[in-house]
Design a protein around this ligand. Sequence first.
Ligand code: ATP
Ligand code: MG
Length: 593
Amino acid sequence: MSSEKTPISLGSNFIRAIVEHDLADKKYATKKWAGSPGDSKHQALGQLDPAKIRTRFPPEPNGYLHIGHAKSIFLNFGLARDYAGVCHLRFDDTNPEKESQEYVDSILDAVQWLGFNWQTIESNGGVESNLYFASNYFDFMYRAAESLIENGHAYVDSQTADEMRETRGTLTEPGKNSPWRNRTVAENLQLFHEMRDGKHADGSLILRAKIDMASSNINLRDPAIYRVRRAHHHNTGNTWCIYPMYTFAHPIEDALEQITHSICTLEFEDQRPFYDWLLERLAEAGLLAHPLPKQYEFARLNLTYVVLSKRKLIDLVEQKHVSGWDDPRLPTLAGARRRGYVAEGFKLFTDRIGISKADSWIEYTILEDCMREVLNDAAERRIAVLDPIKLVIDNYELDKVEDCFAPNHPLKPELGKRVVPLTRELWIEAEDFMEMPSKGFFRLTPDGMVRLRYGYVVKCTRVEKDTVGNVTVVHCDYLPDTKSGTPGADAIKVKGNIHWVSAQHAYAAEIRLYDRLFKEAYPGSGDRDYLNDLNPYSVKTITAQLEPNLKDAKPEDRFQFERHGYFVADKKDSIDGKPVFNRTVTLRDAWQK
Ligand code: ATP
Ligand code: MG
């Protein structure tokens, strides 16, 4: 490490330490980078500023992004932001059958929602766009494969998939060389060209790197690098009938984009030797130049009570266990957004859980607490009665409407107060009246007194019940001198304080009370099918009585409904003047026993 250290030190994870070390070493400022790969589509790549660190977020567009991806996005885009570098958004679209434009669009949306952008403004005012598609490098990848063949580093294998599996060996036994391993360069080139030209059936031939069938690392036992697959590609259409394997494509993508720190999850650790092997061979052949990108691994996010596997998420959507990719119960970012989770909450969460090299599980409550923390600060307060019964103030004038004043935010007086109308008939929570009060119950009881929040003290006089004995109406008298905010307010001390809305003014709204999608912390652990762990009570739809101004809430407006939790106006099902609300999170954790 050079003596001259960069002054920045923005956090303590091991990846930041590596980046700071590399910057201090001026690792990228002085050396020459690979030029443009030649293809016109790659021209922009030849002009990248070599003095910067470059990271990338490389989703495959085969599903929607989830909370685990948020960790990777904050890490990669966060490094670029904090160290004056650049983060590329790159679609790793080398596997056409499972990919689609819908997924591409949803990923662009989610990255922006989290507050990041692939466009950086240059000091000269220009805009550098760093949105890439791996499929735009297919020409180069094809050329790279040819070059491996030419230099004796790759061969076309005619073994079947089963034969290849049988000869691969195990962790304790070496593999066996393929009988086709010693084909001549000319024969390999010809066969590879024929693969490209559609002369061979899907799966009949495969191009493999020629490394070492006895390697202790199974990933180096002649890994497959190109396969025949007749599939329509969302970007390249029917141009290709051969496609590169992910492990071959990914290092090349990184190198062409001059990525400095290629950060991935731990399961790729054993792939790193192949990553380095491949780039070294292509550099030797003059197709790439040093310094080559380096791969670093970190532990993926595992979160209790959800599944973060694209395959399982696809199953949940396709088998209609949820209403779609943006179902507010799903751990997709589209779902989290509809649920009312906020980008700043994800930022807080990723900061709090940190980056490490050891796999672990994170408690879902940590994520919920982060959302609560952000929403407590950000969300204005409103009143909602979720399980309404009537309260009639018998000694209150029939048609009178009186203004009461409720603060919009207890911690932010500058947000002022709003008017809530008080009338003779109100909605209150059923649970705020108890005929036989339990110990410590200070709300309404027969003959008891309570304060109507921001209003008067009332005294219960009698109740009405339905045929099965449920209380339907509570009758009260109010004490006219006790209005909140007036000198008489403190004359009568009461222990309880309940919320209410005027029955005449209330907005009766549809509310979805969401809960966890899975009832088990580790869905599908042991031999259980994860689908058996779905929580049958993960959503309950009710009609609630809300304070009247909530009628004007716009999609994605967020509120704390006092005593109940944080709610958001649904971005999809709300209509103008008739918003529908989703419960984002309760005020306190109800899952801890
Ligand atoms: P699959 O490869 O099965 O399709 P994936 O979840 O790995 O699914 P990718 O699109 O390959 O999806 O992921 C894009 C990036 O997000 C990768 O760099 C990957 O390492 C990272 N990523 C995916 N899941 C997690 C997770 N749970 N925690 C942290 N990072 C993740
Ligand atoms: Mg992946």
